[in-house]
Design a protein around this ligand. Sequence first.
Ligand code: PAF
Length: 285
Amino acid sequence: MKVLRTIQELRSALDQEASPTAFVPTMGALHDGHLALVKEAASGHVAVVMSIFVNPLQFNDKQDYEGYPDTLDEDIRQAEAAGVTHLFLPDLHELYPAGPEGMSTFIHVTKGVEVLCGAHRPGHFDGVATVVMKLLQIVSPDWAYFGRKDAQQAAVIENMVSDYHVPVKIITVQTVRETDGLAMSSRNVRLRPEERKDAPNIYYALQTMKNVYEEEPFSPESGRTMLQKFVKGTVEYAEVRTYPGLELPAENYRGTLLLACAVQYDQARLIDNIMWTRKEEDHVS
Ligand code: PAF
């Protein structure tokens, strides 16, 4: 695995590759969820580029940014073992030479961000879209891989790539869970022991709520109240939306549904979701 710290180093290393490129952007603190993306990316004869960059533009909270877990040595080891061929480790100056706020052009996301996480984290998806666009320009991958746990992020990126005609195929990969159902996240290490015991209830609740919804659709407000009965953390939202449109579903909607939530614990804000598809022949009460 080549470790590359500058854009120029990465581009000249990729210029020497005959094979197509698969790209897994990350912020490090790797867990099995990231490694599942790499495994999927590495399943063909391709160069697999992973980036590790903690992007200040997408954090609403300075403390969250400064305290973001940093496990670089272990990340390097895991990335190589999983099949990454090129690890891109730019520093802040490499990606933002004039500082993040010194850029003259930002991507401003206008659709699908007034709901779910977007409603609670102003500017977050502008920061994500801006850095992902930068990385896509630098790496020029044929495929880019994102986890379905961040379903709204995946929808925003798919829309951006389509709006800007970026020649990349976005692939989304199933959420990886701990054996007790908790979705893997770099932020799980911040849970206190009693919160760690509580957090698997999120996934259990989502499964139960999906069944309730199919019997009797509930509003975002009722969804929040319902999830709050299952968990001790504070529920920010729990609602059903269409995917990838993120609209409130009409009564007779057919297609993919997303039940997504965010729960705030003392030092960790966790998100999770489940998706299912209603087919033409499905009966909806
Ligand atoms: O999902 C993440 O880890 C980040 O939002 C991403 C896509 C690497 C952009 O910083």
